[in-house]
Design a binder for this molecule. Sequence first.
Ligand code: GLC
Length: 740
Amino acid sequence: MRRYLPLALILVLPFSSALAQDKKIEKKVDSVLKLMTLDEKIGQLNQYTGDRDATGPITNNPNKLKDIRDGKLGSMLNVRGAKETREVQEVAMQSRMKIPLIFGLDVIHGYRVTFPIPLAEAASWDLEAMENGARVAARETAASGVHWTFAPMVDIARDPRWGRVMEGAGEDTYLGSKIAFARVKGFQGKGLGNLDAIMACAKHFAAYGAAIAGRDYNAVDMSEHTLWETYLPPFKAAVDAGAATFMNSFNTLNGIPATGSSYLQRDILKGQWKYTGFVVSDWGSIGEMIAHGYAKDKAEAAELAIKAGSDMDMESRSYLPGLAKLVADKKVSVSLIDDAVRRILRKKFELGLFDDPYRFSNEARQEKELNAPENRKAALSMAEKSIVLLKNENQILPLSKSLKKIAVIGPLGKSEKDMQGFWSIAWENDKLVSLYEGLKNKVGDKTELLYAKGCEISDSSKTGFAEAVQVAKQADVIVMAVGETLDMSGEAKSRANIHIPGVQEDLIKAIQATGKPVVVLVMAGRPLIFNWTADHVPAIMYTWWLGSEAGNAMANVLFGDYNPGGKLPMTFPRDEGQIPLYYNYLSTGRPAKNDKDTRYRSAYLDMPNSPKFAFGYGLSYTTFDYSGLTLSKTQITANDKISVSFTLKNTGKYAGEEVVQLYLQDKFASVVRPVKELKDFQKVMLKAGESKTINFTIDKEKLSFYNQQLKWVAEAGDFKLMIGTASNDIKLEKDFTLVN
Ligand code: GLC
């Protein structure tokens, strides 16, 4: 007779089998560890870069392969390809312990097929699509023998002068945490050990995005309250998503380099959060503690870093020469080294590399996976979702498909390589679709495409203007492509002036003066300032750097084959003088009621407080109406929930997606709360004329915050609930009270 397992056992089985699996791996880790010499243990903590795609100052070491053979290396970065990784792994198999290497790479937004830059993807507010983008990247990466990506970058950033905003999810902690979770899940898929799963790496731990003055690598100084409230939650979300690794950051946090901070790496990450993965340094951050003035030499840097919980030394060459002597001098205990080695070996077992070191280096799978049609399709869809429509007066957009002549004007109109962004993987003769080509693909020979560059990206010459104006005069519509080249945002690409560079806005003025309908597309890795264009040009889209399918996505949106629904994940300032400028600011004791209210108010004499474009802002070709907000209760206790509902109606003539945003204000609290905080959102597709009831739930978690003692609490008091289409465009609001 078939015996059926009791339900309890069925429910418990998966967990118990995971626990059993963990125990099995721990036993294997122990069995390897006890056979290793101290030098071999230290070797596991050492990572070198390959000689291609180096992302930092490279210290060439011709003996790399010898070091691998001698068991002095645990990992390499910037080695990719089924064949290349196999060759290097074969060398590792000649070492005494035959411990497999793990190969890491900066797969930030795509491996072979390039997706939109992460800040662009964040503008889609489409968590599923972002998870899928990471999934596609993981499949292509794993098929190429690479086990580990140094992504997602989850640094909250409120300063667009910092070029690395392009790699993250923008300024908001709630949105950034949701995206961090989604991306880790995307990279790791069904879990390490699967042949299409790679290790994620939450970076840069921590608060790197708050570099003073937006200057990369600069010091970070903030209260612990701000650290916990704004900058740490996306890292906790990454832990909750099971991120296999963390990467620390170059910056000091309140005077302590992150890589030497046991507060960050031991107390918080490995202590409070019980993190069992490992921490890799950011490039040479361990050795950089000398330049910081924190370590007097590499030996001291090694001691400070290992004690602080930095497990793997990327390229600073501090651990390899230093740790053995520190142990001999009884300055560092072997147990610290053992803990770091365990963490690394655990991941190598979880990846299945001890069973088969070459299991990811499979040329047939690589051939099948790279550039697969479904991968390009996913990139196209993500690119369409990432575009933000900023203006569309007199409904210039979508363009009619019966237009006779369209002029593409501007320095980025035919650019392919700038569509890949700063952190893309370099491929010989890579194929990225420019705006011009995308339009060509769309209109075929039905419409004549004209083109003029007009000017360079950042030089001051206007000699190209005359030709551009001539070309514009011949066209029915002009589509302009302006912004930044891919080397103007990214690592070590901070800019004090974030206006659209050079004479590009003068070119826009000259083209606008022809009186022809003008659409401006701004392509950039960060929020830029373009006030004249924003005030005078009737149609503007922010298209970021959209990756392999950029031009096709822009063409689909321009012609309405895709109705744009992106919303800004970062505030766009009017002027650098306003920075840092973000939507969830504190009221102050003298809040300015509006841009004109400046007399003895927290305001500037020469500039409004408000941004040019707000967090959460973005238009559609259709319009939406919000009505009928109801709360199931207007008074709750901490264990209650409030059901929130309202009606959203598509009142235009196009089907379209709307990102409805739920903001809360805790009006009075033991620590002053922001005027509003994003606490939930939904991306809703509605057909023209369609209505839908939208539901949210308010629970204690959404009402909680860190109090002065850094305890996560919900305090009794009055709250305002706001439903908006942007942080500065609230459609519905109601008050409610939390009672003890
Ligand atoms: C770089 C970056 C980091 C990257 C690492 C490896 O300097 O800061 O984000 O993952 O080095 O390339």
